[in-house]
Design a protein around this ligand. Structure first.
Ligand code: SAM
Length: 239
């Protein structure tokens, strides 16, 4: 077989593509982000695949109801356990039909969950199938956390309207750990740390009296000095 850039990128992984399953009531949210740039290329190259499941398709309710009022009262609606259970069960059944040895992890997004960091992304990158459950409204029936999810994960100490952005954040953090996802391995800031970067022009003058200059050391061509400057001004990515 002729080795193209694409097959070469795929070959260096020597592993099954990671399959992300997203459970949501707003499946269209994902189209534009996943259809561009690195995700688009990674899916084309077979490094990963993404399946977006509308949990409304799995409801046993004849009105396809995915939410209901909270027991005990209070404002807002809660996502029901049944469609989420039925969706995850169907995903696991199909995955096991492909191979018995599939490593699956189910994650429920919650502001109360464990904080996503680089170490968690590395750990999750070892699974074959990641099932990501996106909450909405007042949240998700707690039995999903108790009986279906392996872990609850938060992307920060703030409350968002849904788990869809957290799912994209997690998918990107995990995908960056997959060999071949980034064009150049050295872009992996999780290893090199994060430091300030500049590009042309060397001096930018937004007004006559203002001159925004690039630090001289970066123009010096002295690689040792540049490395020292980057170490001094950079920050390691939190483990
Ligand atoms: N009252 C809910 C609670 O305390 O969990 C908050 C519900 S929030 C408006 C709706 C959904 O957005 C959550 O169920 C969760 O899936 C997601 N979400 C919101 N903030 C999040 C965060 N910081 N990290 C991860 N998921 C979050």
């Amino acid at each position: 077989m002729k080795t193209t850039k694409r097959t070469a990128r795929r070959a260096i992984t020597k592993r099954r593509p990671v399959r992300f399953h997203i459970l949501t009531i707003f499946p269209d949210i994902f189209d534009s982000y996943l259809g561009e740039s690195l995700f688009k290329r990674a899916q084309k190259d077979g490094l990963l695949s993404v399946m977006v499941h509308n949990i409304r398709d799995y409801t046993d309710d004849r009105h396809a109801k995915v939410d209901d009022r909270p027991f005990g009262g209070g404002p807002g609606m809660v996502l029901k356990v049944q469609p989420i259970w039925a969706t995850t069960a169907a995903i696991k059944r199909i995955a096991q039909r492909r191979t018995k040895k599939v490593r699956t992890r189910t994650i429920l997004f919650s502001p109360r969950g464990k904080k996503l960091d680089a170490a968690a992304a590395r750990r999750l990158a070892k699974y074959d199938e990641l099932i990501l459950i996106c909450g909405r409204y007042e949240g998700v029936d707690e039995r999903v956390a108790e009986y279906i999810a392996d872990e609850e994960m938060s992307i920060g100490d703030y409350v968002l309207s849904g788990g869809e952005l957290p799912a994209l954040v997690l998918m990107e953090a995990v995908s960056r750990q997959l060999p071949g996802f980034l064009g150049k391995e050295e872009s992996l800031e999780e290893i090199n740390g994060s430091f300030p970067t500049y590009t042309r022009p060397e001096i930018f003058a937004p007004a006559k009296s203002k001159k925004w200059k690039v630090p001289g050391v970066l123009l010096s061509g002295n690689h040792k000095k540049i490395e020292e400057w980057r170490t001094e001004h950079g920050a390691p990515v939190r483990e």
